[in-house]
Design a protein around this ligand. Structure first.
Ligand SMILES: *Cc1c(COP(=O)(O)O)cnc(C)c1O
Length: 416
């Protein structure tokens, strides 16, 4: 029997065939993949996973494709960094950074979801792929499409960072810059998706795409020696990643790969675009859309598709949510770089800023095994920190100039 059973409506439970559809025609609820867990349980084991490829595809039994990984075979299995220095600074005994700044090939967590989406799109017979993006998704779709020889359209907002624009153009897809914010781009793309027979990875392919995020949960558990963490901190844009980390943990429990899950799922947003975290703080289970204004552009979704489900996952796991200012985002980026040598993009600054706040509030405790998800690379958002890092020390090409600048004695030592 196939591992995928159906697509199922998250609201009314109506089932659909596993095609390129994403909304329930009865109640307009979002669809998600339903698996044959009893079948999967017969073959999956820690041992089998450990013997798998050095990529996210070691969890292929829990990913929504029928054949093998034809697109994005190297994505995932990024380092789980034991953050001794940052942990000591924050007062945490056991802190880890899940480092997706070095994901393959485009340096963000989006390489996971795109590898799944494009593999599935191909299985469904699509030749053209597309996406509505806050930046990283477009980079990943463009790169994977180039390698897979697929036609590609990426739609981006008009105010993206230079490296994220260039990081599309270099692969030569059709790059469409829309005069508006992400929510405008997304609305337009929903209309285009209705007109053209393309695989929009985060629209009609979304049920498959989203499943790729579960691999961050699977890797976390395996890399901790098959332990579930006590606390995780997850950045939120649409809220999809957060909901899927929770789903991934619950799946591992259901399949007997781990004991009872007690992980608290904490969500992080930037103040300038925090519809989900604001709803949490105000005790609501629904969010109010906002107009984004923050340097954390990769998270700048004012009307988050999975906001409701993210609030639900955090509530079910008894986690928390919080938000940080743009200044705190920059501080978070610098703190992670200066303690652990990891240069994150603005979303990483959001994660570290919120981690710091939750520790200060006593929500995350000293002895809690904690994982912070760092989902994108700092070289892509240089604009955010360029004025906050100073300039190099400039000298003449002579020993005298060097010695004078650093005022060193005969035995070295001393600093400017
Ligand atoms: C897309 C993205 C996220 C989270 O996206 P969701 O829409 O919430 O799944 C987090 N970090 C970075 C860097 C991203 O690009």
């Amino acid at each position: 029997m196939a591992k995928m059973k159906a697509l199922v409506c998250r609201e009314c439970g109506k089932e659909y065939p596993t095609k390129a559809i994403h909304v329930c025609e009865m109640c307009f609820g979002p669809l998600e993949v339903k698996y044959n867990y009893s079948e999967i349980k017969k073959t999956i084991s820690r041992k089998k996973i450990e013997a798998g490829p050095h990529s996210m595809w070691r969890y292929i039994d829990l990913l929504p494709i029928e054949g093998g990984a034809t697109v994005g075979p190297y994505a995932g299995f990024t380092p789980m960094v034991r953050a001794h220095n940052l942990g000591a600074y924050l007062g945490l005994d056991e802190l880890y950074i899940k480092n997706d700044t070095v994901n393959h090939p485009t340096l963000s967590f989006k390489d996971r979801v795109v590898a799944v989406a494009l593999t599935r799109a191909r299985e469904l017979g699509f030749e053209t792929v597309a996406c509505a993006s806050t930046g990283n998704l477009a980079n990943s779709v463009a790169a994977h499409a180039a390698a897979a020889g697929m036609h590609c359209y990426v739609f981006i907002p008009g105010d993206l960072e230079a490296a994220k624009v260039l990081g599309n153009l270099i692969y030569r897809p059709n790059v469409v810059e829309v005069e508006g914010n992400y929510d405008d781009v997304n609305r337009l793309c929903s209309e285009i998706a209705g007109e053209h027979g393309w695989a929009f990875v985060n629209i009609n392919i979304r049920p498959y795409y989203a499943e790729g995020s579960k691999t961050l949960a699977f890797e976390t558990v395996e890399q901790l020696g098959w332990r579930t963490p006590d606390q995780v901190v997850v950045p939120m844009a649409s809220g999809s990643l957060l909901t899927k980390i929770w789903k991934g943990l619950i799946e591992m429990q259901a399949l007997g790969l781990v004991d009872a899950v007690r992980t608290k799922i904490n969500g992080a947003q930037a103040e300038g675009c925090s519809p989900i975290a604001t709803a949490y703080k105000e005790g609501r289970d629904f969010f109010r859309p906002v107009k984004p204004k923050t340097i954390a552009k990769s998270l700048a979704i004012g009307n988050p598709a999975d906001g409701y489900y993210a609030l639900k996952a955090t509530a079910e796991s008894r986690g928390a949510m919080d938000m940080v200012s743009d200044d705190e985002v920059v501080e978070g980026i610098k703190l992670l770089a200066q303690t652990e040598g990891i240069f994150a993009e603005t979303a990483g600054g959001v994660t570290i800023g919120v981690l710091r706040k939750l520790v200060k509030q006593g929500v995350i405790k000293k002895s809690d095994v904690t994982v912070a998800y760092i989902t994108g690379n700092g070289l892509k958002t240089q604009e955010a920190v360029i004025d906050a890092v100073g300039r190099p020390v400039r000298i003449q090409p002579s020993l005298v100039s060097f010695e004078r600048t650093f005022k060193m004695g005969k035995n070295g030592g001393g600093a400017a």
